[in-house]
Design a protein around this ligand. Structure first.
Ligand code: SAH
Ligand code: SF4
Length: 379
């Protein structure tokens, strides 16, 4: 049993099976997640007999690290091996007032978005809870050691690495619980963000189970275009998706939902698209939705056949939204020099060139807001 994959209740059940009381599970949980222990013998406040029992029945198993790349801007990207030739990555993005970790939820992705290299490479498998948490566990404790810090380094987690987190809900939920647990990473619900391409039924589940902050990858102002860019739209079209967002907002830790919009030259970046987006957001505002728009520069990769919108076009697009009092942020990618602009990769590493291409894919959330175009509305 890999204890990295258990939330506190599950760990308590496991300890119960060993004849141990719940407070022992809490101690053990704190050793693992707060102190980064991976060796039971180091847990000196646990009885020797318990440590021996644990060593016989359980392990704390991290993921093998394939590479660590550091950008001049401080961004760090780790590549982890999850077996069978599958690689996943996590990206740490330091800012003055916070440290964000971008975490993967799947090896590959089944949604198949046109502009995403993970989508192009297809779905390999879901990550286990332990593999999701191993990314945070490793990043947090490695950074603490490197920086000589006792207190937490990672203050925010975004589920914006590889994969569609809401298509791996069963494994995601316990991982989120550990991130939020005061005995675990102690992050507040507003500092943990799940990003989704719009798996409506699972958004409803998350609202009930553990409503963390939500980001929705919109990318288009109408169904025809979104059907093409984000094929999941054929199942859950825009009106249904935005309806689910309004319902989520009632439970959400922030009073707005973030919408991601990847700017693709000549595809979704025209002024008419911005106007259509304004009309769409107005219609749903009347139904209770408060939206914040994040415009993300597309990170090109060869197989996509798509191009990044020109900066002036992004600004003009943003201005239409701002003039309509929609809170809009233009993101800048981080870690470009190490291809960590939120790149994802998966599959094998046999073909290095191919991997390099995949690595230089994305723009997503490794971008940080540099141009706060407007905060015309404050809530
Ligand atoms: N599957 C989830 C979370 C992972 S993708 C989702 O789609 O929301 C995280 C973000 O990166 C999404 O907003 C996605 O649209 C964006 N993204 C994917 N490929 C990109 C690229 N090549 N350039 C810029 N952003 C990209
Ligand atoms: Fe999957 Fe998100 Fe990439 Fe779409 S953008 S293919 S949902 S990881």
């Amino acid at each position: 049993m890999n204890l990295l994959g258990l939330d506190l209740d599950a760990l308590a059940d496991f300890c119960d099976g060993l004849g141990e009381k719940r407070f022992r599970a809490t101690q053990l949980f704190r050793w693992i997640h707060q102190r980064g222990a991976c060796d039971f013998s180091a847990m000196t406040d646990l009885a020797k007999s318990l440590r021996e029992k644990l060593a016989g029945a359980a392990k704390i198993q991290a993921l093998p690290v394939v590479s660590t790349q550091r950008s001049a801007d401080g961004t760090i990207k780790w590549l982890f091996d999850v077996g069978d030739g599958n690689l996943i990555e996590s990206v740490f993005i330091p800012e003055t007032d916070r440290g964000t970790l971008c975490v993967s939820s799947q090896a590959g992705c089944a949604v198949g978005c046109r502009f995403c290299s993970t989508g192009h490479q297809g779905f390999s498998r879901n990550l286990h809870t332990a593999e999701i948490l191993a990314q945070l566990w490793y990043a947090e404790h490695t950074l603490r050691r490197e920086l000589g810090r006792q207190e937490r380094v990672i203050t925010n987690v975004v589920m914006m690495g590889m994969g569609e987190p809401l298509q791996n809900y069963a494994q995601l939920l316990p991982a989120l619980r550990v991130m939020l647990d005061d005995h675990g990473y102690g992050l507040s619900r507003r500092r943990v963000t799940v990003s989704t391409s719009g798996v409506v039924p699972m958004m409803e589940r998350l609202a009930q189970d553990l409503p963390v902050a939500l980001a929705v990858s919109l990318h288009a102002p109408n169904d025809t275009l979104r059907d093409h860019l984000v094929p999941l739209n054929r199942k859950y079209p825009i009106d249904e998706l935005l309806g689910a967002c309004a319902a989520y907002q009632v439970h959400a830790p922030r009073d707005f939902i973030t919408f991601e919009y990847c700017m693709l030259e000549g595809v979704n970046d025209q002024i008419e698209h911005a106007q259509e987006l304004v009309a769409l957001m107005r219609r749903h505002a009347a139904r209770g939705l408060s939206a914040k728009l994040n415009l993300i520069p597309f990170n090109p990769f060869a197989a996509s056949g798509l191009r990044r919108s020109a900066a002036a076009q992004v600004q003009a697009f943003a201005q239409v939204l701002v003039d309509a009092a929609i809170v809009t942020t233009v993101r800048k990618t981080r870690g470009d020099d190490i291809d960590a602009a939120c790149g994802q990769l998966a599959g094998d590493v046999k073909d290095r060139t191919d991997v390099q291409q995949r690595m230089s894919r994305q723009g997503m959330l490794a971008g940080v807001p540099v141009v706060q175009v407007a905060s015309a509305q404050t809530r």
